[in-house]
Design a protein around this ligand. Structure first.
Ligand code: PA5
Length: 425
C-alpha cells in the first residue's frame, strides 16, 4: 500500500476538471475497448494468472536453487527490467543469497558479454532465456553463446535440463528451438507486452529462483487492481497521479524525474523510464521520463534541478522503513565533527536529506510529488508496479496515444540490420 502527496498545483478544482475524462478512460481500460486493446491482458492478470504455471515455476525455482550456483537471465527491455529491478530492490545490491543471478542479453557490449562468459567458465550455471518474439538480436546472440558454453561444459543432455525458456505460447524462433531441444518453457501471453509482463513468468521465474515470494508480489498487484478499478478520482491515488502528469505536460513541464533515496531502487527507475517512455513517447507527444538517485546525484544534478532551466517536476519514491540500517558510532577525537550524529541511524539521516531537499526544490519552484511506501517487500513492490502500469495506460490514453506499441524502436533495428548485412534489409 502507498500514500501519495501531489505537488501543490494539483488542487481539488484541477482534479474535478479531469473527473469525466478519467471515468471514461477507466471504462475503456476495463472493457478493453481502446487503442491497442489486444494488449490489455495485464489489466486482469493478477486475478486471472495461470495458477498451474506459477506452481510449476515455484517448483522449478527450488530445483534451480538446489542444483546450481548461478542463474543467467537472458533478455532485454520488458523481458529484462522487471526481474532485474525487483531483484535489486528486494534483495539489495550485495545480495548474499546462495544463488547468484547475472543478467545478459541486454547489450551488444563486447566487454560485458566477454566478461560474463569468462566468469561463467568455471561456474555451475543455469539459463533463463526470455524473448516474446524470439528474434531480438541482443538476446539471441547472448543465448547462442551461453548455450554453446553450457553444452561444452556439461554436454547436450545436461544442458537441456539447465535451460528454461520464457516465450510466446505458439510462435517464434525461441519457441521452435525450445520445442526441438525439449527445454522447460513458460509462457509470455500473447495479450501482454514486454513492459507490462513483470507478473508473468518473465518476472516470476527469476524472482522465485532468487527466493522472492512471487505469490505476495502478485497479491500486491491484485490489491492495487481492486483499489484502482472502481474508485472515484477523488479517492483514486493512481489516477490522481496520472492527472498530475497530464497537467504538468500541459503546463510546460515536459520532464518527469523519478527520484529514489535508495541505490538499490535505481533499476526501478529504469523500469519506470521504459514503461512510460516506450508507452507514451509517440506522435511527438509525451513526458520525457528521467531519473536520479539522491543524495548521490544531488552532488551532480542537484545544481541543475535547483537552478537550471525549469523544465522538470519530480516524483519521489520514499521508502519509510528500510530493511537494513546502521548506527553512526561515537568517536573520542571527533575530528570529523560527526559526534552530533552519534547514536543516530542512517535511515534518520537519509530521511532528513529527503525532507531538506524536498523543501529546497519546492522553494526553488520545482513541483514535487511524493509516493510514500511503508517498506519495500514483495507485496508492496507488486502494488507499486501495478499502480504505475495502470497510471501509464491512463496517461497515454489522455494523450490519445496507443500505450502498447513501439513503432519508433523498429527504425534503429532496420538501419542496424542493413549495416550488418542481414538478408532483406
Ligand atoms: O516492452 C517491450 O515490448 C519491449 O521492451 C520488449 O520487451 C523488448 O524489445 C524485448 O522483446 P522480446 O521479448 O520480443 O525479445
Amino acid at each position: 500500500m502507498l500514500e501519495l502527496r501531489l505537488n501543490k498545483l494539483i488542487t481539488e478544482d484541477v482534479l474535478k476538471g479531469y473527473e469525466k475524462q478519467v471515468n471514461e478512460i477507466n471504462k475503456v481500460i476495463k472493457n478493453k475497448t481502446g487503442a491497442g486493446n489486444d494488449f490489455l491482458g495485464w489489466v486482469d492478470w493478477p486475478v486471472n494468472y495461470d495458477k498451474d504455471e506459477l506452481n510449476r515455476i515455484i517448483k522449478d525455482a527450488k530445483y534451480v536453487r538446489d542444483n546450481f550456483d548461478v542463474l543467467v537471465v537472458c533478455g532485454i527491455g520488458g523481458s529484462y527490467l522487471g526481474a532485474r529491478s525487483a531483484l535489486e530492490a528486494l534483495n539489495g545490491l550485495k545480495s548474499p543469497d546462495k544463488l547468484e543471478i547475472i543478467f545478459m542479453g541486454q547489450t551488444f557490449s563486447p566487454n560485458y558479454v566477454a566478461q560474463v562468459m569468462k566468469y561463467l567458465e568455471d561456474k555451475n550455471f543455469a539459463i533463463n532465456v526470455i524473448s516474446k518474439s524470439g528474434t531480438t538480436t541482443e538476446t539471441s546472440i547472448s543465448f547462442r553463446l551461453l548455450k554453446e558454453l553450457l553444452e561444452k561444459k556439461v554436454g547436450k543432455e545436461k544442458a537441456r535440463k539447465a535451460i528454461f525458456a520464457t516465450t510466446d505460447k505458439e510462435k517464434g524462433a525461441l519457441k521452435t528451438l525450445a520445442t526441438q531441444e525439449g527445454y522447460v518453457t513458460y509462457v509470455l501471453p500473447g495479450d501482454i507486452g514486454g513492459r507490462y509482463s513483470v507478473f508473468t513468468a518473465v518476472g516470476t521465474f527469476a524472482l522465485a529462483c532468487a527466493g522472492v515470494d512471487v505469490e505476495a508480489l502478485i497479491k500486491g498487484a491484485r490489491d492495487a487492481r481492486s483499489e484502482i478499478q472502481d474508485k472515484p478520482l477523488k479517492d483514486n491515488l493512481c489516477y490522481q497521479y496520472a492527472v498530475m502528469r497530464d497537467y504538468m505536460y500541459r503546463h510546460n513541464k515536459p520532464v518527469e524525474m523519478y527520484v529514489t533515496y535508495e541505490p538499490q531502487m535505481s533499476q526501478i527507475s529504469e523500469w519506470l523510464k521504459q514503461l512510460f517512455g516506450e508507452s507514451e513517447g509517440k506522435e511527438h507527444k509525451g513526458l520525457y521520463p528521467s531519473s536520479a538517485t539522491f543524495s548521490t546525484d544531488l552532488h551532480s544534478l542537484g545544481q541543475y534541478i535547483q537552478d537550471g532551466t525549469p523544465l522538470l517536476f519530480e516524483t519521489i519514491i520514499n521508502v519509510l522503513n528500510p530493511k537494513d540500517d546502521i548506527v553512526i558510532p561515537h568517536d573520542n577525537e571527533d575530528l570529523d565533527g560527526l559526534n552530533y550524529l552519534e547514536g543516530k541511524n542512517l535511515a534518520f539521516v537519509n530521511q532528513k536529506a529527503f525532507e531538506g531537499t524536498l523543501k529546497a526544490h519546492e522553494d526553488g519552484g520545482v513541483p514535487c510529488n511524493v509516493i510514500y511506501l511503508d517498506k519495500l517487500d514483495a507485496y508492496n513492490l507488486g502494488y507499486l508496479f501495478y499502480f504505475f502500469m495502470r497510471a501509464c495506460a491512463m496517461s497515454a490514453y489522455m494523450l490519445d496515444i496507443n500505450p502498447f506499441n513501439q513503432p519508433g524502436v523498429e527504425v534503429y533495428k532496420k538501419n542496424m540490420f542493413h549495416l550488418l548485412g542481414k538478408k532483406g534489409y
